[in-house]
Write a protein that binds this ligand. Structure first.
Ligand code: 3EB
Length: 343
């Protein structure tokens, strides 16, 4: 009992699930904590652990001097399990799951994406967590053209086919990111819930599931953000956001202008959220966490100082070397917000 009280004293004053960055050297200590739902490492390899479904590593090399792990911590004891190669951990309300698929040869990505999503849709239903809240999609060579189709577009086809085959096309779409890694393996991980969240679109952008077919032969299935009321508090999960207005890429070749346009998109999502449900969140500077995906390492310093100016130097963020799903996009940001509990 006293250990529990001490433990609560340590944790931050936030409800339900807390997502934060911690020093990489503390990773093992966090994994020994039974209320940790997930621990994400950024490195040169994409891997999952056969022994611990909470651990994943993404082949996105961190940029800059700091080395962080992303820790997802709940307030309740976590139960772990797996269904075949889909690993999961849950505190009863929130399901964290991950799946690492191998591609065997050219042309295997569509099948891997379809198989991965079919598995996710089936297992989440079997476990009673029918509602996908947030999805991350990571795979290498995202802009490579194979058989006249860019791999991102091939991925979109496989994902779409899985949703179509399961009769889920009309369902609310989760918030998502689809990012190119620098290591082999298609890694899918997600948050799911037994009750739905509220999808949010960005009025400055055409919804991705209505993009013209030039961007992919099958629509990308995601919403711009998902507002989720957990029993213990409200979260906003913002999808990968880039310099896209309408459906077009803006500021081709100009990293800082792309960052400014991305900031306008994030502010638009925050405003739209506020219209639907007034939160303490009034500007993107108040977001709890951001991941900044950077295509060219040499852009890092310029991005860092402009990010501090546009948002806040106090906004916790990681910079990761990544490819973005359109070859003309030089950066993308995804973000998380946790509404502070009323005191
Ligand atoms: C865009 O605005 C950028 O296919 O799951 C962002 C987030 C993007 C998710 C996905 C794609 C995806 O269209 C691309």
């Amino acid at each position: 009992m006293s250990a529990q009280i001490q433990d609560l004293g340590f944790s931050r004053a936030v409800p339900g699930l807390d997502i934060f960055y911690a020093a990489e050297s503390s990773a093992d200590r966090w994994l020994s904590d039974d209320s940790v739902l997930a621990l994400i490492r950024f490195s040169t390899r994409t891997e999952v652990s056969a022994e611990d479904p909470r651990f994943i590593s993404i082949g996105l090399p961190p940029l800059g001097p700091q080395r962080y792990v992303e820790v997802w911590r709940t307030r309740l004891p976590v139960i772990r399990g797996h269904d075949g190669d889909l690993h999961y951990a849950t505190d009863g309300e929130i399901l964290f799951g991950s799946l690492l698929l191998e591609e065997h040869g050219n042309g295997a990505l569509e099948g891997a994406a379809r198989a991965g999503y079919s598995k996710i849709l089936k297992v989440t239903q079997d476990l009673g967590f029918d509602h996908l809240v947030r999805l991350w999609n990571y795979f290498p060579g995202i802009n490579l053209e194979i058989d006249a189709l860019e791999r991102y577009r091939t991925f979109c086809v496989g994902r779409y086919e899985a949703f179509a085959a399961s009769g889920h096309l009309r369902q609310r779409h989760a918030a998502a990111s689809a990012i190119g890694t620098h290591a082999p393996g298609l890694l899918l991980y997600f948050l799911a819930a037994s009750k739905p969240g509220m999808p949010i679109e960005n009025p400055r952008q055409v919804s991705a599931f209505r993009y013209p077919k030039v961007y992919a032969p099958r629509h990308p299935l995601f919403s711009r953000a998902m507002l989720k009321q957990w029993d213990a508090g409200t979260h906003l999960y913002i999808s990968g956001t880039a310099s896209v207005v309408g459906h077009r890429t803006c500021h081709v070749g100009d990293t800082l202008e792309q960052l400014r346009e991305t900031a306008r998109n994030l502010e638009a999502i925050v405003s739209r959220t506020h219209e639907l449900q007034p939160l303490a969140l009034k500007s993107a500077a108040q977001l709890s966490l951001a991941k900044v995906y950077v295509r060219r390492a040499e852009d890092l310093f310029r991005i860092q100082s402009e990010f501090d100016r546009l948002f806040s130097p106090a906004l916790p963020r990681t910079y990761l070397l990544a490819d973005i799903c359109r070859s003309d996009l030089l950066l993308e940001i995804d973000a998380f917000y946790c509404e502070p509990t009323a005191s």
